[in-house]
Write a protein that binds this ligand. Structure first.
Ligand code: NI
Length: 173
């Protein structure tokens, strides 16, 4: 199982690189990511959260009922104008839950572990939210970036504590 990188770790702020090689080491990495997500009770996990700056995410919105969804090099091909607010947490920002407004439905193009392209059309609800949350991670974006400066200020004590674990002093002013 991988360790989860915590808020303040610079790897969480990098733009992740596309996957170009679909080999057995990628499959091993995906297996360990999936195990880590399940072990930590996450709805999703992005590779930067385990310290690898590559465009990979795993998602399970079924509570373990189905095989987790593997997304490699995901891209949005559509986002609805209609928005929806819901509460989100993040394994890299433990103990903090925030109401975040995002497009209600999204369509995604991605590749599977074999390098085969696939599409998810008009995802909504928790899946739409997870797709956006995990893709944010691949672009160095975290849940605290979706709230106002005032809200962030109100969280500053908690974030500073987390940041000590992550050790990037520039993260919090
Ligand atoms: Ni997250």
């Amino acid at each position: 199982m991988f360790d989860i990188k915590i808020y303040g770790d610079p790897v969480l702020r990098k733009t992740a690189q596309p996957v170009t090689v679909f080999d057995s080491s990628l499959k091993n990495f995906l297996t360990e990511m999936t195990e880590t997500m399940i072990e930590k009770d996450g709805v999703g996990l992005a590779a930067p959260q385990v310290g690898e700056s590559v465009r990979i995410a795993v998602i399970d919105v079924t509570g373990g009922e189905k095989e987790p969804l593997v997304l490699i090099n995901p891209e949005f091909i559509e986002k609805s104008e209609e928005l929806e607010e819901a509460e989100e947490g993040c394994l890299s920002v433990p103990g903090i839950h925030l109401n975040i407004t995002r497009p209600k439905t999204v369509s995604v193009r991605a590749f599977d572990s074999e390098g085969k392209e696939f599409f998810i059309k008009d995802a909504d609800g928790l899946l739409a939210r997870a797709l956006q949350h995990e893709t944010d991670h691949l672009n160095g974006i975290m849940i605290v970036d979706h709230i106002s400066a005032l809200q962030k200020k109100m969280l500053s004590t908690k974030l500073k504590k987390l940041n000590k674990t992550g050790r990037d002093t520039s993260e919090i002013s």
